[in-house]
Design a protein around this ligand. Structure first.
Ligand code: AMP
Ligand code: MG
Length: 408
């Protein structure tokens, strides 16, 4: 019997080794808009308070609350509009028209909404008493001057882009986006635009993996297909030199043409060469000149599932993310499941919530490692543990949530 030189290690240990192989990339300064989706390497503080002046939060009339309620007739002496300093002051029993976002005139301390006031000529009457501070946003209500508003490690989403714009932080320090090379191997592969000849199939992994890389927030800097010969694999050298992380697909199983592992062993160090997982048992991680190379198996589901389990957390760590793992929920099996008992099996499933928040998982049909349709539409990978071999309908299962969960 021909046996692999590499011991099969547990999934968790392989994930640990993958994370140990990477660290956050150097930080770079970048304009705040381009930083969308990246992780802050340094905290950000506001120089000025927000709002920077006492601002009306309504259209209405700026008044002095202490002047009194409906019985008082006030004289409207001016207009305060957004975008201009008011430049005047109101005295006892005076008021000013004011728009939302306008600075309060000096002397005013409250705003009565236009809906709660009547104006006759320049005489204002209000429907009910108004308390000091009503409809006024005090200086620094949102944040004070000098206040730290974003911590290092924050992922820059839409709210953060808005905050950065609002405080005038035009340049921010963020972790660089990882640069990834994707190389598919296999003499049988042709481009998607080509009609395959005898024995040929179209390359799908290169494209699926590139999309998964982008989905994880990294850049694909190189995407290439190479053959199975040792000389073909030498093309990996250029990829390793340019990229922060390399993904290959195919050529890692036990066939006599599976030369990726020996190539990696010759040019670098193997961190792991087999993992107790289905699909993806021969998944390999090597470090070549310090660059992590994830050699993913060729079956399309194996390639994507192994990316998800081993490479994605590593990529997120490189990008400076603190939260690098998908959420895992305990859900109920919607039906009986048969699975491997000698290794963890990752079955693709759709998890749905009922109105009470109970989550149920249904597998996506035939779970062959070549059947990409089993991943299409799946929002969860079920971590079905070693040892059991079967799960009964209604049993608890561990579901890693990889997509949107709906109420069904
Ligand atoms: P391998 O891991 O190279 O032995 O490939 C396992 C299976 O996956 C074979 O049936 C290959 O034809 C198929 N395969 C390998 N690479 C790709 C790819 N890039 N796209 C689609 N199928 C692939
Ligand atoms: Mg192959």
């Amino acid at each position: 019997m021909i046996s692999s030189a590499y011991p099969q290690i547990p999934v968790e240990e392989a994930v640990e080794r993958a994370l140990a192989a990477v660290s956050p990339l150097p930080s770079v300064n970048m304009d705040f808009e381009s930083a969308f989706g990246l992780v802050l390497a340094e905290p950000v503080s506001a120089r000025e308070p927000m709002p920077p002046f006492r601002a009306s939060s309504r259209d209405g009339f700026a008044i002095r609350a202490a002047d009194g309620g409906p019985a008082v007739h006030r004289r409207v002496v001016g207009d305060a509009v957004a975008g201009r300093a008011s430049g005047f002051r109101i005295e006892e029993n005076e008021a000013a028209r004011i728009t939302t976002g306008a600075p309060l005139p000096d002397g005013a301390d409250a705003v009565v909404m236009v809906e709660h006031a009547t104006l006759e000529g320049n005489v204002l009457r209000i429907d009910s008493p108004v308390a000091e501070g009503e409809n006024v946003r005090p200086i620094g209500e949102d944040h004070r001057a000098g206040e730290r508003i974003l911590d290092a490690g924050t992922v820059i989403g839409s709210a953060e882009v808005g905050l950065l714009a609002s405080i005038g932080a035009s340049q921010v320090s963020v972790y660089r986006r990882p640069r990834v090379a994707v190389i598919s191997t296999g003499d049988e592969l042709v481009e998607p635009t080509v009609t395959p000849g005898p024995g040929q199939i179209r390359d799908s992994n290169r494209f699926a993996l590139a999309a998964a890389v982008r989905e994880a927030g990294a850049d694909v800097i190189l995407s290439e297909h190479v053959g199975d010969e040792d000389e073909d694999l030498n093309r990996l050298e250029a990829a390793i030199a340019q990229a922060d992380l390399v993904l290959t697909s195919g050529g890692v199983s036990m066939g006599h043409r599976d030369l990726v592992k020996p190539w990696l062993a010759e040019h670098g160090e193997i961190a792991f060469g087999r993992v107790r997982t289905k699909p993806g048992n021969p998944v390999t991680l090597a470090l070549v000149n310090g660059t992590p190379v994830f050699a993913l198996p060729g079956f399309p589901v194996s390639a994507l599932v192994c990316f998800e389990i081993f490479a994605r957390p590593a990529l997120l760590r490189m990008a400076g993310h603190v939260q690098i793992f998908r959420p895992r929920w305990t859900v109920r099996a919607g039906h009986a499941l048969r699975h491997a008992d000698d290794r963890v099996e990752f079955q693709r499933a759709v998890v749905t919530l009922d109105r009470n928040g109970n989550a149920v998982a249904n597998a996506t049909g035939f779970q062959g490692s070549g059947r990409l349709l089993s991943l299409s539409g799946a929002n969860a990978l079920l971590w079905l543990p070693e040892g059991a071999g079967r799960t009964a309908e209604g049993d608890e299962v561990d579901a890693m949530i990889i997509g949107e969960v709906r109420v069904g």
